[in-house]
Design a binder for this molecule. Structure first.
Ligand SMILES: *Cc1c(COP(=O)(O)O)cnc(C)c1O
Length: 371
């Protein structure tokens, strides 16, 4: 048995010397932040890797999303999913907008596009869907509804770095998509994020908003914040981007090993790769139906913990059940999301996870059944 703890994720890092070499120029230039050469270099490399025309970089994914919503000049209601990380809902609320929660599809956990239209009112201004676990939303149906009612679509693509859908980079869909480059994500800049956008006017607004709303030396015409990616984070991104394909290939091996060992177990649902997508293997969620499997999600989690393996209840609780929103939203209105959130467990998944450990984790899960 391994002596080491296995956490749900482990950050990808380049060789130390490579990073040191990358930041040498920063010592020569003394340019630490404010859209310096590393920032601009990373931006160009990301455009190329993601296959997008327009991208802006930020301190983190949350600020990217919050500022993107601000740049879109939205008002009233925004249709979104409660089955996500806190950031998605908070970004909507912090913009003074009202989230309207739509239930999710039980097969891929993304917003159920067939239920969106019934939630549209004359106050609706946008849809904020999430490509949760890297599972792609029903893009065609969402765009059809958005077109019909004149709504903006901003995808939270924090989990979807590098994914292609129907041959195109995922950042090309909707009015904008936001990515997170947090340490725990498939691609990291330590902390960081980006917005890919369609309209260049949005890009100009985003640029100002992430730098206090400053237009030029004597004009401040936006109420912005400080969300500029610094040179050290950009340098980390430049290094990590050199290894991203190899990292995703290693994740694929982990995914395949989990699938070999956990598919076809009654009461345990694995995450299936969707058609028409080139995936990134960002997460490995399982949904445990305790009546059929014979153990609850929490029992499986505890069993793993006893073996020093730390899985996570992503995403529990639903954001519409957060204490911060007590009395404002009702999770019973999204019953499928509520059902899944009580049964989902996200297993350890990262590029350097040893295949022998994946087999051991799977074995512990299998032996949890029907006890
Ligand atoms: C990680 C994450 C974010 C926020 O990204 P940060 O870079 O951590 O600010 C937003 N949405 C989802 C779904 C995420 O998982």
């Amino acid at each position: 048995m391994s002596k080491n703890k296995i956490l749900v994720t482990r950050s990808s890092m380049p060789p130390f010397e490579e990073y040191v070499n990358e930041i040498k120029e920063i010592w020569e230039s003394h340019w630490l932040t404010n859209m310096g050469p590393k920032h601009n270099q990373l931006k160009e490399k990301l455009k190329d890797y993601l296959g997008v025309d327009n991208i802006s970089l930020f301190t983190n994914g949350h600020n990217a999303l919050e500022l993107c919503l601000q740049a879109m000049n939205l008002n009233g209601e925004v249709i979104t999913t409660p089955f996500t990380f806190a950031s998605t809902t908070h970004a909507i609320v912090r913009n003074g907008l009202t989230p309207v929660f739509c239930d999710i599809d039980p097969k891929d956990y993304t917003i159920d596009a067939d239920k969106i239209e019934s939630l549209v009112t004359d106050k609706t201004s946008a849809i904020v869907p999430v490509h949760i676990y890297g599972n792609i939303c029903n893009i065609e149906k969402i765009e059809q509804i958005a077109y019909k009612y004149g709504l903006k679509v901003i995808y939270d693509a924090a989990h979807a770095f590098g994914i292609k859908y129907k041959g195109k980079g995922i950042g090309n869909y909707g009015d904008a998509s936001i990515f997170s480059f947090h340490a725990t994500k498939v691609f990291n800049t330590i902390e960081g994020g980006a917005v890919c956008y369609r309209d260049e006017e949005v890009g100009r607004t985003l640029y100002q908003l992430h730098d206090f709303g400053i237009k030029d030396a004597e004009t401040v015409n936006g109420i912005g914040t400080n969300a500029k990616m610094n040179e050290f984070c950009a340098a980390m991104g430049i290094c990590n981007l050199r290894y991203i394909d190899a990292e995703i290939a290693k994740r694929k091996k982990v995914y395949e090993c989990y699938m070999d060992n956990l598919s076809g177990i009654d009461g345990l649902r694995v995450n299936v790769i969707q058609s028409d997508t080139v995936p990134n293997y960002s997460y490995f969620p399982v949904v445990i139906d305790e009546k059929i499997f014979g153990a609850t999600r929490n029992e499986v989690m505890d069993n793993l913990m006893r073996n020093d393996i730390y899985s996570r209840k992503y995403f529990y609780p639903l954001t519409n059940a957060f204490d911060s929103y007590h009395g404002r939203f009702n999770p019973l209105q999204t019953p499928i999301a509520l059902h899944i959130s009580k049964r989902v467990l996200t297993l350890p998944m990262y590029a350097d996870l040893d295949i022998a450990e994946v087999k051991r984790i799977s074995q512990i899960i299998r032996s949890s059944a029907n006890k």
